[in-house]
Design a binder for this molecule. Sequence first.
Ligand code: GFB
Length: 318
Amino acid sequence: MNKTDKIYVAGHRGMVGSAICRALAKNGYGNVVTRTHRELDLLDPLSVREFYADEKPDVAVIAAARVGGIGANSAANAQFLYENELIALNTVWGAAEAGVKRLLFLGSTCIYPRMAPQPIPESAMLTGPLEKTNEGYALAKISGLKLCEFLRRERGLVYHSLMPTNLYGPGDNYDIVHGHVLPTLIRKFETARVNGEPLVHLWGSGSPLREFLHVDDLAAACLFVLGLENPPDLVNVGSGREVTIRQLAEMVREVTGCKAQIDWDRSKPDGTPRKLCDTRLIRSLGWEPKIRLEEGLRRTVDEYRAEVAGGTARLSCG
Ligand code: GFB
């Protein structure tokens, strides 16, 4: 990827897309093309093809998706499948039809089987049944990354994918019901602290293990793989460190300065028991994460407070 290349970032207003745009700007890539949802409906194949034909980008980065935590996914697997399938197929196929030479597709570690070996290697894809709570999202992402793989093999286009682990950072969605666990915990503990509430209600048993990666680390990984002449089809990206949800809750409680006790609501799902990705491949290529969870968490709590104070925090999905 050259500094003068025209780079299309799909999903530039989301947490991931905006982090990628920041990283591109910081690294001197000045020719970035974006479209808001209102300007370009990624669910519509004709509009997407028209967009690519007009703009003719050199590179496309597909960070657009309907995303959400375990609550959102498990309540709406159909919608997660439908929208993400269309976004993936339209943005990847449309790029190929318009002759875009390079494309990076962002997947998720939930594409791996529920009982995959841990840490999960890239080779575990499609070796077993998926986690039911996010099956729709996972199937759509698998379609997208397979389409990249097929186009690369059949047409020689350098289309490849990154599988990020659970992400967090500025611009996250803090919706209590639909958000991912880390931003939701920040909001719950912060609200309890501000209101002096004695109890914070969390979901499940607290025993599942999760790995968290700051979105600025992911953005750096995106630029890194885009800089490789011959990148692997599929690369995991993670911090390599896992914590239980209970440990995460203690960390968030401490960083926010909240004194409330935790009540675990076991009627809510735990989801997959463990999801640590094997990051040996990306590390062997020369990339590693920089932001430790403690530091990233402090930064994110500060940013959340600033977003709330400035009225820009995303407190509901939509
Ligand atoms: O980030 P999360 O919602 O989704 O985390 P996944 C869910 C885990 O956190 C479960 C526990 O073990 C929950 O029981 N948890 C505890 C909570 N309290 C809360 C809470 O207040 N809110 C939430 N949301 N969880 C997602 C997939 O899976 O991972 C997506 O659904 C995506 O498709 C993402 O792939 C990376 O980590 O289980």
